[in-house]
Unconditional design. Sequence first.
Length: 291
Amino acid sequence: MRVLDSDLMKAYARMATDGFQQGWHERNGGNLSYRMKAEEVAALRDDFTENGEWRVIGWQENDESAFPGLAGEYFMVSGSGRYFRNIELDPAANVCIIELNERGDRYRIVWGLTEGGMPTSELPTHLANLEVLKERDPEIRIVYHCHPTNTIALTFVLPLDSRVFTREIFEMVTECAVVFPEGIGIVPWVICGGRVIGEMTAEIMKKQDIAVWAHHGAFCCGKTFDLAFGLMHTMEKAAEVLVKVLSMSPVKRNTITPDQFRELNEPFGIHINESFLYEKKDGTIGQLPEA
Ligand code: 13P
Ligand code: ZN
């Protein structure tokens, strides 16, 4: 089968368009990676060119990296400098499929990027995340990075603290605590494309499904495109509500209490991490938990 006709390519392109329509992908902002299933590789293999050059997987600092946990796997990845708004129009020019070698320290392009170019500059960060996620749950295949406006805005006014950020987001839409009961990890501003930010994000992904990059954007993971997109969408919706509330008042008159959050656990079959359910002094938005 041709990659262009596959359900995988269609689902990938649809997610890119959905993200663009949300306003999360100005210019070349954002990137998307998918660890392919063996049966998808087998079905599409005839469409691959397997004589491409093996390249090092370098961080921005140019030091090489290796992802032995992903050795021999194939990934669908967006191209560096490519615009998400163009992916659905011309997937072959804007997306590629890469193969990792048997040591997990080199990759080659086997399909796509027909007009040249490289996989996303965040490739090592995606692979670092996909490696820890595969260990956590082999069904998690997607890592998605975008620039969601309201979430970014909140990184300028909320403390850059996972507990506070998560709790404030949880309070804005009941669904959040159900969809990501392990909350949101926060990475302070660090240069993107580098090892430090990549490793900090992967550390978060060991336990949590979302990492917010202060003053830049967010990363999330998922088993399917629907779940990964839905996760980002849910957080960003809550962030939008919080931005609207903050534009009216620095204080919430009414909100969801810790005991009300605990009521969700049993009926929804979740366990909301208790570290987010600390007591607050009053309704002031962004207050730190007492030591
Ligand atoms: P790329 O175009 O290299 O994917 O970079 C976009 C981006 O959002 C970097 O953080
Ligand atoms: Zn970015």
